[in-house]
Write a protein that binds this ligand. Sequence first.
Ligand code: ZN
Length: 280
Amino acid sequence: MVLRSESSDGRIAQLVEHLDHNQGVTGSSPVSPTISLGQLVTEELRVHWELHGIDEQAVALERSLAGHPERRRAHEQRVAAARGALATLDQRVAESVRRRRQLEGDAASLLTQQRRFEQQLLSVTNQQQYEAMQHEIAAVRSRRDTLETEALERLEADDRDQAARPEKARALEQAEADAAASAAELAAEDSRLRTALAGLDTRRQSLAASLAPPARQRYERLRSGRGGQAVAAIVQQACGACHRALPPAGLQAARRRETLLSCDGCGRLIMLAPEEPARP
Ligand SMILES: [Zn+2]
């Protein structure tokens, strides 16, 4: 556990100078120039706690924003799937119709051939020719039957596809409508989140500006290196960010609320919530 002395002499000198300089001007905060060290540090803790709250909110908003592309993709995938299903059906029907026309043409040719054989049957002169012709006729008829059966099966399948088409078309329309609604919703939410983030950023900057330069630099450095969270609350005797438990000495120090502590696990600044009553 590292107990950092956050109020270097330079910091105190600067704050006192600041207070002296502004006292007669602002008249807002009844700060005594003989302010104690404890109170000064408490103010620094308070600022860090407020920064902690801002950063928690900002991280949550950023996370929402980061989820938007995935939500958009989910809708786009649904539209693509519905469009694909409809296109597959249409393509299958189109191919089947072409194939049926070909089958029907071939069957018609076979029928012509069969009729010709049947005519020739009338002019055969012996039993052998008769049987040969009968054989030819049976073969042609059998081939024609096969083609006609396939054509019929295709017709039935095409009917089923055509019957299923309206539902698939509706599914596509619905998916497109949902995607459009969701896109509009996400765009509005995007802009709302970005506005909120900009507001948080403004508050963060003005708060951070009230810190002494070393403290401010440390906060900024931690914030950029720790996923936007430089300060963590101590929750159930552990760092609220990485959950590293605090040793008893660290907890005692945290309860005094005099200094900022640094987490051994993640390096963030850690502190107890100011409103939490200090225990002995
Ligand atoms: Zn930690």
